[in-house]
Design a binder for this molecule. Structure first.
Ligand code: NDP
Length: 404
């Protein structure tokens, strides 16, 4: 097995950023192979990387990551120490399976979903824990921003700020504007499945279900972003945080949506265009959401048009030395700055950067262990020390009252 040899799978917006970041750190990632279903997408990204002056030694390959034998053959040929899965959540299990068969560590940014059921849940991936343990391998799940950095922020707050956390609100704002009346900032199929699902939050040991986008508040975001409507959604990091930090009494996830996005989404839902079951059209079976994806702008093309900022963070309350305390930790990212560096907008950037840093921490042994892990299970300090230098600095404030 070569030293610090990484295989990145998935040449979308996130894969672009991860490949850029790994290529910028050849001290850590000596050998890089970039593979996707469409090899030409890898080649185009790699050419952009070379245009920035990086060494011209990145290998590209075609791979259908739904097929374990193909994956096994590629992994055996590349001999990586780590596979970074930034394809789609549908490929998580086949890639994990292939890593087990070939004896390679694994990292992803989104938990497994079956294409036919819009329900994300860690259980199918957690059930690999014993197999990874037995094989002396590590799998790190959800190493993007949310999940990912938000889990690390929470672990950091637990380690340094609170004796006991009482409430956690994860608040994700994309205040960027791409100029289209309706487009999604990452894979439309995954995005619409997530947003049109029922909301869920955790309180007093139980999950509570809400109708899709039925709970709304206004939150005042920092750095000039200002007041935005935020909506309660279920998000996967709450599942792992509820397991690993059971002291948290209440946990919610909020995301901003603009009026135009919501109006379009409502209409698309009402006419059946967000359905994920196959319907018959002139003798052909089509899945309306997949057809819609084909009509919508490719998120990878939004980068050059998107202006404005993202702000993602954790608002926590809890107790330190017997005194109630509030803490807000966040990152603000500028779409145009991300695009200038990597050719991708901030939603891809905020996901691809943590994936590359998580990979670095695994390859250098700063994060280690056998089994299947979520981010909050590792020491947050090395990640927090470095993430700013990798492009996602964090800011912490200590509000004197709970605002959410
Ligand atoms: P894109 O749709 O832009 O890219 C996904 C890429 O995966 C495509 O380029 C596609 O390749 C490739 N792919 C799909 N199926 C296969 C397959 N069977 N075999 C090989 N490659 C395949 O998505 P994003 O880049 O926006 O998102 C990537 C991942 O990041 C997703 O899992 C998403 O859920 C996750 N994510 C996580 C976030 C977080 O904060 N944790 C936030 C945003 C996204 P090709 O084009 O070559 O066919």
């Amino acid at each position: 097995m070569g030293k610090n040899n990484v295989l990145i799978i998935g040449a979308g917006g996130v894969g672009r950023v991860t490949a850029f970041k790994c290529a910028q750190r050849r001290d850590v990632f000596q050998n890089i192979t970039f593979a996707s279903r469409t090899k030409s997408k890898c080649d185009a990204i790699v050419n952009d990387i070379y245009d920035k002056g990086c060494p011209k030694t990145i290998r590209t390959e075609a791979i259908d990551a739904d097929k374990v034998p193909e994956l096994v053959a590629l992994i055996n040929d590349v001999q990586p120490n780590l596979v970074i899965n930034v394809a789609l959540p549908y490929q998580d299990l086949t890639i994990m399976e292939s890593c087990l068969l070939t004896g390679v560590n694994y990292l992803d940014t989104a938990n497994y979903e079956h294409p036919d059921t819009a329900k994300f849940c860690y259980e199918p991936q957690w059930s690999y824990d014993n197999k990874f343990k037995k094989n002396g391998l590590l799998a790190l799940l959800g190493c993007g921003f949310d999940p990912g950095v938000t889990n690390v922020y929470t672990a950091y707050a637990k380690k340094h700020i609170f004796d006991k956390i009482d409430t956690l609100d994860i608040i994700d704002c994309n205040a960027g504007d791409h100029g289209y009346p309706f487009a999604t900032n990452f894979n439309p199929e995954i995005n619409i499945r997530e947003v049109s699902a029922k909301g869920r939050f955790f309180k007093d040991g139980q999950w509570h279900v809400t109708e899709p986008l039925s709970v709304q508040k206004v939150f005042n975001f920092p750095e000039g972003i200002g007041d935005k409507d935020i909506y309660l959604l279920f998000h996967e990091e709450m599942e792992s945080l509820a397991k690993h930090l059971p002291e948290i009494r209440q946990m919610r996830f909020w995301m901003t949506f603009g009026e135009s996005y919501l109006t379009h989404l409502r209409v698309l839902e009402n006419v059946g265009m967000t359905r994920i079951d196959a319907v018959d059209y002139n003798g052909h079976k089509i899945v309306p959401l997949q057809f819609l994806k084909a009509l919508l702008p490719d998120p990878a093309t939004l980068g050059s048009r998107t202006k404005g900022k993202t702000c993602i963070g954790c608002w926590l309350s809890g107790v330190k030395d017997g005194v109630e305390k509030f803490y807000y930790i966040y990152n603000v990212c500028d779409h145009e700055t991300c695009y200038a560096e990597t050719g991708a907008q901030a939603v891809s950037y905020t996901t691809g950067v943590p994936a590359a840093l998580g990979a670095k921490l695994i390859l250098t042994g700063q994060w280690n262990g056998n089994g299947v892990f979520n981010m909050e299970q590792f020491d947050p300090d090395p990640f927090m020390q470095e993430i700013g230098n990798w492009g996602l600095p964090w800011i912490e404030t200590f509000p004197n009252k709970q605002r959410i």
